[in-house]
Design a protein. Structure first.
Length: 181
Protein backbone atom coordinates (compact mmCIF):
# COMPACT_ATOMS: atom_id res chain seq x y z
CA UNK A 1 0.00 0.00 0.00
CA UNK A 2 1.65 3.22 -1.11
CA UNK A 3 0.59 6.61 0.25
CA UNK A 4 -3.05 5.62 0.72
CA UNK A 5 -5.34 8.61 1.15
CA UNK A 6 -7.19 8.63 4.45
CA UNK A 7 -10.06 10.81 3.33
CA UNK A 8 -13.64 10.11 4.36
CA UNK A 9 -14.81 9.72 0.74
CA UNK A 10 -13.41 6.20 0.38
CA UNK A 11 -15.47 3.41 -1.15
CA UNK A 12 -15.90 0.16 0.80
CA UNK A 13 -12.98 -2.17 0.16
CA UNK A 14 -10.73 0.71 -0.88
CA UNK A 15 -7.06 0.75 0.21
CA UNK A 16 -7.76 3.98 2.11
CA UNK A 17 -9.95 2.11 4.61
CA UNK A 18 -7.18 -0.38 5.21
CA UNK A 19 -4.71 2.51 5.58
CA UNK A 20 -6.95 4.27 8.11
CA UNK A 21 -7.41 1.07 10.11
CA UNK A 22 -3.66 0.40 10.13
CA UNK A 23 -2.86 3.96 11.26
CA UNK A 24 -5.48 3.84 14.01
CA UNK A 25 -4.59 0.41 15.41
CA UNK A 26 -0.83 0.91 15.22
CA UNK A 27 -1.03 4.35 16.85
CA UNK A 28 -3.40 3.16 19.61
CA UNK A 29 -1.09 0.29 20.54
CA UNK A 30 2.20 2.16 20.37
CA UNK A 31 3.37 3.92 23.53
CA UNK A 32 5.32 6.52 21.53
CA UNK A 33 5.02 8.17 18.17
CA UNK A 34 7.76 10.10 16.40
CA UNK A 35 6.49 13.52 15.33
CA UNK A 36 8.34 15.81 12.90
CA UNK A 37 7.28 19.36 12.15
CA UNK A 38 9.65 21.87 10.60
CA UNK A 39 12.51 20.77 12.88
CA UNK A 40 13.82 17.43 14.09
CA UNK A 41 11.48 14.57 15.01
CA UNK A 42 10.62 13.98 18.67
CA UNK A 43 9.34 10.88 20.43
CA UNK A 44 6.06 11.79 22.18
CA UNK A 45 3.62 9.92 24.38
CA UNK A 46 0.08 10.37 23.14
CA UNK A 47 -3.49 9.17 23.29
CA UNK A 48 -5.75 8.19 20.39
CA UNK A 49 -9.13 9.89 20.76
CA UNK A 50 -11.95 10.51 18.28
CA UNK A 51 -9.96 9.60 15.16
CA UNK A 52 -6.71 11.44 15.92
CA UNK A 53 -3.60 11.33 18.09
CA UNK A 54 -3.49 13.96 20.83
CA UNK A 55 -0.31 15.19 22.56
CA UNK A 56 0.34 17.65 25.36
CA UNK A 57 3.58 19.51 26.03
CA UNK A 58 5.73 22.64 25.88
CA UNK A 59 5.13 23.46 29.52
CA UNK A 60 7.27 23.07 32.64
CA UNK A 61 7.67 19.39 33.47
CA UNK A 62 6.04 18.24 30.22
CA UNK A 63 7.44 16.80 27.01
CA UNK A 64 8.88 19.29 24.52
CA UNK A 65 6.82 19.36 21.33
CA UNK A 66 8.38 19.74 17.88
CA UNK A 67 7.92 23.00 16.00
CA UNK A 68 4.26 22.69 14.98
CA UNK A 69 1.85 25.51 14.27
CA UNK A 70 -1.93 25.35 14.16
CA UNK A 71 -2.96 24.50 10.59
CA UNK A 72 0.40 23.00 9.62
CA UNK A 73 1.18 19.38 8.78
CA UNK A 74 3.35 16.90 10.62
CA UNK A 75 5.00 13.60 9.72
CA UNK A 76 4.20 10.83 12.19
CA UNK A 77 6.11 7.55 12.44
CA UNK A 78 4.61 4.75 14.52
CA UNK A 79 6.83 2.08 15.97
CA UNK A 80 6.01 -1.45 17.03
CA UNK A 81 5.46 -1.65 20.78
CA UNK A 82 7.19 -5.01 21.14
CA UNK A 83 9.99 -4.83 18.54
CA UNK A 84 10.46 -1.06 18.26
CA UNK A 85 10.62 -1.14 14.45
CA UNK A 86 8.74 1.22 12.15
CA UNK A 87 5.21 0.01 11.33
CA UNK A 88 3.60 2.88 9.48
CA UNK A 89 4.19 6.54 8.73
CA UNK A 90 1.42 9.07 8.19
CA UNK A 91 0.91 12.74 7.50
CA UNK A 92 -1.24 14.66 9.97
CA UNK A 93 -3.12 17.92 9.98
CA UNK A 94 -2.17 19.80 13.17
CA UNK A 95 -4.83 21.58 15.21
CA UNK A 96 -4.03 23.34 18.48
CA UNK A 97 -7.01 22.92 20.77
CA UNK A 98 -7.98 26.09 22.66
CA UNK A 99 -8.04 25.57 26.46
CA UNK A 100 -11.53 25.17 27.86
CA UNK A 101 -13.15 24.23 24.54
CA UNK A 102 -15.25 21.08 24.33
CA UNK A 103 -12.61 19.32 22.18
CA UNK A 104 -9.84 20.38 24.60
CA UNK A 105 -11.78 19.07 27.64
CA UNK A 106 -12.43 15.70 25.96
CA UNK A 107 -8.79 15.31 24.85
CA UNK A 108 -7.40 16.34 28.25
CA UNK A 109 -9.67 13.85 30.03
CA UNK A 110 -8.06 11.09 27.95
CA UNK A 111 -4.52 12.47 28.25
CA UNK A 112 -4.81 12.82 32.03
CA UNK A 113 -5.36 9.08 32.36
CA UNK A 114 -2.10 8.30 30.52
CA UNK A 115 0.12 10.94 32.16
CA UNK A 116 2.57 9.17 34.47
CA UNK A 117 4.29 10.74 37.47
CA UNK A 118 2.69 14.15 37.21
CA UNK A 119 4.10 16.52 39.84
CA UNK A 120 0.66 17.99 40.56
CA UNK A 121 -1.89 15.22 39.95
CA UNK A 122 -5.09 17.07 40.88
CA UNK A 123 -4.04 20.45 39.45
CA UNK A 124 -2.56 19.02 36.25
CA UNK A 125 -5.38 20.05 33.88
CA UNK A 126 -5.36 23.62 35.22
CA UNK A 127 -1.60 23.78 34.61
CA UNK A 128 -2.05 22.39 31.10
CA UNK A 129 -4.65 25.08 30.35
CA UNK A 130 -2.33 27.86 31.55
CA UNK A 131 1.13 26.70 30.46
CA UNK A 132 0.93 23.91 27.87
CA UNK A 133 -0.29 23.18 24.36
CA UNK A 134 -2.64 20.33 23.44
CA UNK A 135 -2.38 19.31 19.79
CA UNK A 136 -4.69 17.15 17.71
CA UNK A 137 -2.88 15.24 14.95
CA UNK A 138 -5.49 14.04 12.46
CA UNK A 139 -4.35 11.50 9.82
CA UNK A 140 -4.35 12.49 6.15
CA UNK A 141 -2.09 10.02 4.27
CA UNK A 142 -0.18 6.88 5.23
CA UNK A 143 2.51 4.62 3.86
CA UNK A 144 3.90 1.26 4.89
CA UNK A 145 6.91 1.50 2.58
CA UNK A 146 10.20 1.53 4.42
CA UNK A 147 12.73 4.18 3.39
CA UNK A 148 16.13 3.23 2.04
CA UNK A 149 19.09 3.66 4.35
CA UNK A 150 19.27 4.48 8.02
CA UNK A 151 16.98 7.01 9.65
CA UNK A 152 19.22 7.31 12.71
CA UNK A 153 19.94 10.80 13.96
CA UNK A 154 22.05 12.46 16.60
CA UNK A 155 20.08 12.64 19.88
CA UNK A 156 18.50 16.01 20.63
CA UNK A 157 19.99 18.06 23.48
CA UNK A 158 18.41 17.27 26.83
CA UNK A 159 18.95 18.15 30.48
CA UNK A 160 18.76 14.43 31.28
CA UNK A 161 22.07 12.74 31.99
CA UNK A 162 23.33 9.20 32.07
CA UNK A 163 25.24 7.67 34.93
CA UNK A 164 28.82 8.80 35.22
CA UNK A 165 31.74 6.46 36.01
CA UNK A 166 32.31 5.67 39.67
CA UNK A 167 35.09 7.86 41.12
CA UNK A 168 38.37 5.93 41.39
CA UNK A 169 38.63 6.43 45.17
CA UNK A 170 35.12 5.19 46.00
CA UNK A 171 35.90 1.44 46.14
CA UNK A 172 38.80 2.08 48.58
CA UNK A 173 36.60 4.25 50.81
CA UNK A 174 33.89 1.60 50.91
CA UNK A 175 36.41 -1.16 51.76
CA UNK A 176 37.83 0.93 54.63
CA UNK A 177 34.39 1.28 56.19
CA UNK A 178 33.84 -2.50 56.08
CA UNK A 179 37.21 -3.20 57.74
CA UNK A 180 36.51 -0.79 60.62
CA UNK A 181 33.21 -2.49 61.49
Amino acid sequence: MNDASLGNDAAPGDDSLLGRALVEEATKKSGLIWVRGSGPARALWHVWHEGAAHVVGDGPGEQPLPELADGSTAEITVRSKDKGGRLVAWTAAVTELPPGSEAWEAAVAELKGKRLNAPDGERMTERWAQECRVLRLEPRESTTEHPQGSLSAVPLPSPATTRRPVPAALPRLLLRRRRKN
